[in-house]
Design a protein around this ligand. Structure first.
Ligand SMILES: NC(=O)c1ccc[n+]([C@@H]2O[C@H](COP(=O)([O-])OP(=O)(O)OC[C@H]3O[C@@H](n4cnc5c(N)ncnc54)[C@H](OP(=O)(O)O)[C@@H]3O)[C@@H](O)[C@H]2O)c1
Length: 242
């Protein structure tokens, strides 16, 4: 293995993924960041950190590209220690009205891409230093939300996936954990009307939405510091699920 630790963060162009990438860089890791449409944003980060950021295109809806993503990272840096599966497809719609093909696309894009990336990464992670996988789930996966049957199904499945994978990979020293954020101020929640935002904040013990920095800190904790945690689900939801 060569040089400093290497992380791969999916959806590193915006929101929580960009925050995670930044905090990993601040801790001295080299970071490969995937994007779908926001390539110029990851390129901008790469310009600030020459040789320490690798922008990699990846569409969750095309999981057959997962092997090429892992090859690009390991071809560049020769190792992979931390995998943060942050990118997600969200599309809302009450089940009574949603087209089932659209419903399935959300579930499939989120789940299949996760399995494909981890599968391609396993041979590298098992050679990594205190290697870890973090799946960014959601509080909605455990308590549900109206209009989110597809997204919540995928997020709930992430927990079963992570716990099974934790059991598969523990003998090789790879930890697998889930971060379950509550409501966070990002593009994903920007369309929530003010009245609904206020209702959600009221239902959150800490009385507000979380910030990208707070959620990124929790993700980096699971990825880098939580060396005796595996199969864990860390709620970072301000108490919304209590
Ligand atoms: N925000 C919240 O309140 C909240 C709450 C609970 C859980 N989460 C979870 O936290 C994670 C990050 O959410 P966020 O709020 O930071 O989202 P966001 O601001 O909307 O950013 C989404 C990121 O995922 C990427 N992405 C979206 N669709 C993609 C696709 N089809 N293929 C590849 N990449 C795709 C985007 O890439 P481009 O920019 O390149 O398109 C972007 O980097 C997600 O797993 C989400 O489910 C968020």
């Amino acid at each position: 293995m060569t040089g400093e630790r290497v992380a791969l963060v999916t959806g590193a162009s915006r929101g929580i993924g960009a925050g995670i990438a930044q905090q990993l860089l601040d801790r001295g890791l080299r970071v490969a960041g995937t994007y779908r449409t926001g390539g110029e944003l990851v390129e901008k980060l790469a310009a600030v950190h020459p040789d320490r950021v690798l922008p990699v295109p990846f569409d969750l809806a095309a999981p057959e590209g997962a092997g090429a993503v892992i090859e690009q990272v390991t071809g560049q840096w020769g190792r992979l220690d931390t995998l943060v599966l942050n990118a997600a497809v969200w599309q809302g719609g009450k089940l009574a009205k949603i087209d089932l093909d659209d419903w399935w696309q959300v579930v499939e894009a989120n789940l299949r891409s996760t399995a494909a990336l981890v599968q391609a990464a396993i041979p590298w992670l098992t050679q990594g230093a205190t290697p870890g996988v973090v799946l960014v789930g959601s509080a909605v996966g455990s308590v549900g939300f109206p209009g989110d049957t597809a997204y919540a199904s995928a997020k709930a499945a992430a927990v079963g996936f992570a716990r099974s994978l934790a059991k598969e990979l523990a003998p090789k020293g790879v930890r697998v954990n889930v971060l379950a954020p509550g409501f966070v101020d990002t593009d994903m929640t920007s369309a929530i009307p003010d009245v609904a935002r206020a209702r959600i904040a009221d239902a959150t013990l800490l009385g507000r939405f979380g910030t990208v920095e707070e959620i990124a800190r929790a993700a980096v904790f699971l990825a880098e510091d939580a060396t005796f945690c595996t199969g864990a689900v860390l709620a970072a939801d301000g108490g919304w699920t209590l």
